[in-house]
Design a protein. Structure first.
Length: 420
């Protein structure tokens, strides 16, 4: 876990929502020791007492106990001084306050607790175009309560397609385009998604080395762990539901679903707008640890050296050496999903052992291309051309919860505070 123990920052952090990402965000910042205090908004009563909240905060079925995760199996529990009346507790000597009265961001008492930056992990307030007083709430409600910066733990979703992204909103992925954030202009930031974070770190080294003009097309499938939006057992779909698979049991099914990673990737890597790209997702019954299978078609140079497995792997090895922030990782070992759970700051671990390439010639009949055939027919005996194409398959592991996404978002949050 990244430690900022020497930092004298006196800011208080707000966390809205206390589901999977909310709890692990608390874990991250408790261990990091950057913020003076942390305020968590639950928005409702939970359990029978604050003790029940402490019970939830201390234990996790994926990562074990909080004290074990931070300090090892010989450590002791970190939660103490539980005060039901004040709704506070101390976690590893950090004061944590829990708010249980308001779910709408515009009504949350951030100002009473001197919170200037909030990480919204609810997944509900994703449209930055909605005004603060919108029915059902808006991410801008946080700003009305005295908050200066909001980090959203999901991609933006603008419901009205006639609207454009507001000037004060931006999407960033640490290690890719974090400097697109302008502290003088931007108040609302999206940290994209776990899959986009992984995918961006897989694509960027290839774009830097080969250039977008050499990449003809790309596609990806993420073999993704289950999430809290899925059902434990089969359940009737809601009124108007169109995807019936979302209501099937996540425990014993492989479930096809969708991902917005392709669209979000274009926001953080603009060069991707020049490349045809398809992204799909498959949910599998494991709790965390996911895989991106990236397929890329390269146009070979006729007189150049061929793109082979060792070339692509060396691109990633060199990118790891050139990048001072270890978001990109490379491995020549044979890994399984459990091996990468909890790894600090690992946006992706390239599985170099499984990189594959295949080169073949693509036969194109230019006579069938509108506007070209007539010109060529008078000058060439044949309108057929053969173009060497290399298809590469690259595998990238990522812990879609703590290891990849939450840790990178924690870095994003702290970096914003450096300008506050």
């Amino acid at each position: 876990m990244n430690q900022d123990l020497a930092n004298n920052n006196k800011l208080n952090l707000g966390i809205n929502g206390f589901g999977r990402i909310g709890k692990l965000t608390l874990w991250h910042h408790v261990g990091r020791k950057y913020f003076k205090e942390i305020v968590v908004n639950l928005g409702r009563n939970v359990g029978n007492s604050l003790e029940d909240i402490a019970h939830y905060a201390e234990r996790d079925s994926t990562y074990g106990s909080l004290h074990g995760f931070l300090y090892g199996h010989n450590s002791r529990p970190l939660i103490e001084e539980i005060d039901e009346q004040k709704s506070t507790m101390r976690i590893d000597d950090i004061k944590v306050t829990f708010l249980r009265s308001s779910r709408n961001p515009v009504d949350i008492a951030w100002k009473d607790h001197d919170v200037k930056i909030v990480v919204d992990t609810t997944g509900k307030f994703l449209d930055p175009t909605l005004p603060p007083e919108s029915q059902g709430g808006s991410v801008r409600g946080h700003l009305e309560c005295g908050v200066e910066k909001v980090v959203v733990s999901a991609p933006f979703k603008i419901k009205d397609k006639r609207k454009i992204m507001p000037e004060d909103a931006v999407t960033t992925v640490m290690g890719i385009n974090q400097y697109d954030y302008d502290p003088r202009r931007h108040a609302i930031l999206s940290s994209a998604s776990c899959t986009t974070t992984c995918l961006a770190h897989m694509m960027k080294p290839l774009l830097n080395h080969f250039g977008p003009e050499k990449i003809l097309s790309a596609s990806m499938v993420t073999v993704h762990a289950v999430t809290g939006s899925q059902e434990v057992l089969d359940r009737l779909p809601k009124d108007g539901a169109t995807d019936l698979r979302k209501n099937r049991s996540a425990m014993n099914n492989i479930i096809l679903t969708s991902t917005g990673a392709a669209n979000t990737l274009r926001l953080v890597i603009p060069e991707m707008k020049k490349i045809g790209f398809i992204a799909e997702s498959v949910r599998v019954p494991i709790v965390t640890g996911s895989l991106v299978i990236l397929v890329i078609d390269f146009q070979e140079d006729i007189n150049g050296s061929a793109i082979r497995r060792d070339v692509i792997n060396q691109v990633y090895r060199q990118a790891v050496l050139d990048n001072p922030d270890p978001y990109l990782n490379y491995s020549d070992q044979q890994n399984v999903s459990g091996d990468i759970i909890g790894l600090p700051k690992a946006a992706v671990i390239i599985e170099g052992h499984e990189t594959h390439t295949r080169t073949a010639e693509l036969n194109i009949d230019l006579a069938r291309v509108p506007g070209v055939g007539e010109i060529l027919s008078a000058k060439a005996a044949s309108s057929n051309i053969r173009i060497p194409i290399t298809q590469a398959v690259i595998y990238g592991w990522y812990d879609n919860e703590m290891g990849s996404y939450v840790n990178a978002m924690g870095d994003r949050t702290v970096s914003i505070c450096e300008f506050m």
